[in-house]
Design a protein around this ligand. Structure first.
Ligand SMILES: *Cc1c(COP(=O)(O)O)cnc(C)c1O
Length: 365
């Protein structure tokens, strides 16, 4: 069986280095907010090209804390609106509702699966405060057009970079494109920990200062609390693991780009709509997502040939039970995407044989 994802194989590439890094933490006797977190924050901020990176518990918390910090700073208020792609992963939306702001769903571009900048302005009201742009499947969703709209209406741009570590727009990395970026280091993401982890990136020193406090009970100084904060800290073990894996991120991204190029070049099947390949450095191919009318049959065909596949995602946010208030709303492009997408295996530990087998099986469906 060719599994959809082979995390065991990816970890095996760095096994000894990871063990040494973990042993270092065990022997240090310091497990929360120590040198490892500080080092990783420094390395990751340098990597992204930003002034500040703040390690947090996971990607959802990273986004939630950015919005929360803007509330503490008086920039956002409860009831304010944030524009967000209708076809994103649910966590993006939850970061808004958790803060009691209102997500306003925007249809994506069917060719890039990212937010359609032409549809932003029609949804802007007096309460709109931000665009939460998602770099879905690893492809940059930010653009100069988006920035111009944000500037014209005084909106913040928050990046959901959970799937696009290292992707670039005009020489700048994600996390450094908007006002703040939220990253997930969930194990399957382009930069993955061995457990839950996340980070916020920003050039806004004040915002960073508030998030530093919020992630640690709202405290800048032990036992003195300025905000009603939360506990969402990156721990030393995961930080040590991430410092090892960050060194190989560009190499892994490049490897995934090469595999994507081969798929795009060699998969020739009228039934499959391949992803738009015209992306260069702006795509890190977290997922290789094709569209197919008869998705069940295609997945069965893959499975019968020993190839795993996953749907990202089967149900759009507005049709989730958790958002019953949106159940009558219609987003035709989003619904078309959710009805037809399927992701085939693409990861940094794939073998030549696996790549060839996936190509030939896709062509024979
Ligand atoms: C994974 C993911 C998140 C959430 O990250 P967690 O670390 O799992 O909390 C948010 N947004 C997107 C687009 C994601 O893919």
């Amino acid at each position: 069986m060719i599994p959809f994802l082979n995390l065991k194989g990816i970890s095996a590439l760095y096994r000894q280095e990871l063990i040494d890094a973990v042993a270092d933490v065990i022997d240090s006797g310091w497990y929360i907010l120590g040198e490892k977190v500080k080092s990783f924050e420094n390395e990751f901020s340098k990597y992204c090209g930003v002034k500040e990176a703040i390690g947090v518990g996971n990607g959802l918390d990273a986004l939630t804390l950015i919005i929360r910090a803007y509330k503490e700073m008086g920039v956002f208020r409860e009831g304010d609106e944030i524009l967000v792609p209708a076809n994103t992963y649910i966590a993006t939306i939850l970061s808004i509702t958790e803060n009691r702001l209102k997500p306003v769903l925007i249809e994506p571009d069917i060719h890039t699966y990212n937010i359609d900048a032409n549809r932003l302005e029609e949804k802007i009201t007096g309460k709109t405060k931000a665009i939460l742009v998602v770099h879905l499947y690893g492809r940059v969703g930010y653009s100069d057009e988006m920035q111009n709209i944000a500037d014209a209406h005084g909106l913040k741009i928050i990046e959901d970079s959970a799937q696009a570590h290292g992707a670039m727009y005009k020489g700048k990395k994600t996390g450094n494109l908007g006002d703040a970026g939220g990253f997930s280091f969930y194990p399957s993401k382009p930069l993955g920990a061995l457990g839950d982890a996340g980070a916020v990136t920003t050039n806004d020193v004040k915002l960073a200062e508030v998030i530093h406090a919020l992630r640690n009970y709202g405290s800048h100084k032990k036992y003195y609390n300025q905000y009603k904060g939360v506990n969402s800290r990156l721990d030393e073990l995961q930080a040590a693991v991430l410092s090892v894996k960050l060194k190989y991120l560009d190499k892994e991204n490049e490897k995934r780009r090469e595999i994507a190029k081969r798929y795009l070049h060699n998969i020739k099947n009228e039934k499959l709509i391949l992803p738009n390949g015209d992306a260069g450095e702006s795509h890190v191919w977290h997922l290789f997502v094709v569209r197919v009318k008869n998705r069940d049959a295609f997945q069965r065909h893959l499975n019968d040939n020993g190839i795993g596949s996953v749907i990202h995602y089967p149900v759009p946010p507005h049709k989730q039970e958790a958002f019953a208030e949106w159940s009558k709303d219609r987003y035709p492009i989003t619904e078309e995407i959710h009805d037809t997408v399927v992701s085939v295996p693409l990861h940094a530990a794939m073998t030549e044989d696996e790549i060839s087998k996936i190509i030939s099986t896709c062509n024979a469906s």
